[in-house]
Structures are given as structure tokens and as C-alpha cells.
Ligand binder design. Sequence first.
Ligand code: MN
Ligand code: MN
Length: 506
Amino acid sequence: MPKLARSQWYDLTRDMNWDLRYVSEEEAFPTDMSDARGVPAQEWWRWDEPYKISYGEYVHNQADKDASVYSVNSAIGRSHIFEDLDAGWRSAIVAHYGAIAVPEYVAGIGESRMARFGRAAAWRNMATYGTLDETRHGQIQAYFAHSLLDKEPRADWAHKALHTNEWGAIAARSLFDDMFTGNDAVSTALQLTFTFETGFTNLQFLGMAADALKVGDVDFGALISSIQTDEARHAQQGEPTLRILVANGQKQEAQRLIEHMFWRSWHVFALLTGLSMDYYTPLEQRNHSFKEFMNEWIVKQFMDQFRDFGMDLPWYWEEHFLSELDWYHHALHLGVWFWRPTVWWNPDAGVSPDERDWFEDKYPGWNDSFGRWWDVIGENARRGEIAQTLPETFPMVCNMCQIPVVTPAGYAAGYLSSTVPHVLDYNGRRYTFCSVPCKWIFESSPERFAGHTTIVDRLLGGEIQPPTVEGALRYMGLSPEECGDDATGYAWAHATRSAPSAAGVA
Ligand code: MN
Ligand code: MN
């Protein structure tokens, strides 16, 4: 039998679109699940993915990828590489597994929603691969974490975290439920694949794979590379969906969906990646600061692409997003380190004298703002007064992003301190927000978010007993052995500045 080139049969076998006669459009594609925004069926049939692959090729590629990544894991598992890694980097890995492994599986729900309720056969075809992708690399991440259990018991948070009421897990669930489990197919394509995957995770995974190889973590580097190639392909469902919406007069709706999810993604991204990149990655292996990464990758590449579609910059771009690049993750880091018993990894303070020089170089004014808080903490650590560096109360938590409310420190504090928290009274209760965009997202669909309770709402509502730090830790699923502690045993507080040649004289 003559073998045809793929291009000769691909479109024909892919485009299984037809006019419905036995059921209505709404019965086949209910608004809650699909929401075509009024764009007619035939318009959706123009949907065309930029990356084409047949099922046979897909399975072949994926099997190769699995064979290669599992063989790296099996070889590394017998070595001492993990034990020898920098303590801060190990924390970044443990934080990553807890926050990401199960959400990968959950992303499979968003993909399968598009695989069933996407409005074109081509799209449903691509989303079917996406479902398989998320399942495959959800499995790799659970498996790799499992292989670390004899070295790091908290690697089991890869499975556990999203099933607890730990505050970071609540924040992650709130984001991911909004983005994929509780979302229609059209919104999912714009919010999960275009905004979150194209905008954030694909670029982050490229950076993380490079960082992992630099610090000598071959296992994690291979893992992330394997995932990234899946993500880079299925993330491309966003573009054709956006193109069809814009061509059919739905630009404002597309704009709203992307602005909503870009902001939410940014906050969780700053919490996880901001801390890992600037504080947990060893100084010698830092390629760039988190702010540089954001500017060079996320801001430039994503926004260039965004503008190519005729979209506008989000309304909050300059005033809120770009200004947060200077301080938001520094403030979160200070809070996460201080409330370290409430997380399942060991936060690395990352503020030795050499590191502080680096912060001053990358974030001019850091020593006069955030550094002053660390001066006091370092002094207490040097005196052995660790109790002074631990929390006795709870922070205020944002009713949108579910992340504690933070402000800039020092010279820049005036920027926000008079205006936070932002409050809204809705249906008889008061909601608090960390930022103007978080409040805007809530106000744009309050019925969607009003029922979500933050960890502090639960404390005040009597769900957490006793209402103490210990009671809250138990509620969050953290046994004393699992609670986070300083990653280096406070070595940073006792460190001295290295020779000028090594520290660099700016
Ligand atoms: Mn994924
Ligand atoms: Mn994905």
C-alpha cells in the first residue's frame, strides 16, 4: 500500500465537523461547559493548530520521552546526587513537587473539557493529546518525588499537598479550579493554554531546566525538559482560539479573560518561582534575577505575541504589575520565611552578606528596604533567640488570590501602605484584597468567588480548633516533623562577606 505523506491526509482525517440534526447546539455543547460566546459553529471550524502531529507519531514520541526520562531517574536514584545538592535548591524541588505534581493531573481535566467541548474537531484532537500529556507528566512528577522518599520524607507532599488545607495548597486549588476544573472550554483555552502555559510555565520550565543542570540536578533537569516539550505543544491551543474570538468581535471578552488570569497566575508564580529563583537557588548558579527573568521572558515575549493578535496591554500593567516586579516576591519571601512552619519545605533565607550584595545590585535599595527587616531577624538568630523569629499570630490573607497581603518595605512603602488592604462589602460580609487587580477580578464575577474562604476566614469562622498557631498547623496537615524550618540552620546569619574579588565590587 503506498504511503501518503502526512500533509496529504491530515486535514481530511482531522476535520470531523458536522451539522447537528438530532440535538441542538446547546444540548451538545452546553454553555457552562463550552461557551462559544455566540460565535457560530462554522466559524469555529476554521480553528487550525500551528503544530501538527498524528496519533501514531504522538505515541511514538511520548514513549521515547518516557523511556529516556525514567532511565535518567533510575540511574540517578542509585547515586548520592540529591543529598549533595544545595539545601536551598532541595527546598525549591520539594516546594515544586507539592505545588505542581497533582495540579498536572488536574490540568488533564481542563484538557479533557476542551477535548469534549472544544468547538472544532481539530481543537478536540489536540486537546486529547493534551489530556494524555498532563496524565503522563503528572505521573512522572509523582514517580520522581516518590523515588526521593528515602532521602526526603516530605517528597510525599507531591501527592499530599493539594489534598490538604495548607494555605499555599488552598491558594493553588483556588487558582487551578478557577482556571481549569470550573471553567468552560473557550475560557480554558485562553486562560490555561494561552495565558498560564504560553505566558508563564513554558518559559519558566525552560529556565528551570537550565538552572537544574547548572546546580547539578540532572534528575530534575531531565524531568522538567520532558514536561516542557509536552507543554510547548499543547499550549498552542490558545492562539487559534484567540484568533477566532477576535475575528468574530469578541476581543473585549478575550481581553477580560486574559487580564483576569494573567494577574492570578502572576501572584502564584511570584510565590513559587520568585522565591526559588532569587532566594533558594545557590548564588553561584543564578543565571539572572527573578525581575530580569520576568522582563526578558514573560514581559517581552508574551506581550510581543499578545500585541500581534491586536490585543491591548492589561489595564493594570504599569501601575500594578510592573511595579510589583520590584517588591512583591521579596515581601512574600519575608512572610514565607517568617511563617516557615506553615509550609512543607524549608525556606532558605538566602540573605548572607554576599547574597545581600547581589540583591543590592539587582534591586537597588534592597538593603535599605527589605534588608532592614533581615537585619533584625539576623541579629536575633545570632543571639540564638529563634523564638523571636517565629510567628505567634496570622497574617491577613487576600480573598482573591488566597495569598497573604503584603506591601513594599522601606522607602517604597508609602506607595501602598495607606491603601491596603482593599475592602469590599458584598452580600453582608466584608472581603479583603491584597491589590487593586485582585479586587477587580472578584468584583467582575463575585458570585464565582464569594463562597471561597481563606485560611484566616476559616480560623475566624471557628473551623480551626484550637485557634492557635499549633491548631492551624494541624488543620493544615503539618505534623511537627513536616513543618518548614530554616534551610541552612541559620548559617546565613553567621556568614561573613567573601573576598572582594569573589563578591564583585560594583
Ligand atoms: Mn502540565
Ligand atoms: Mn499543560
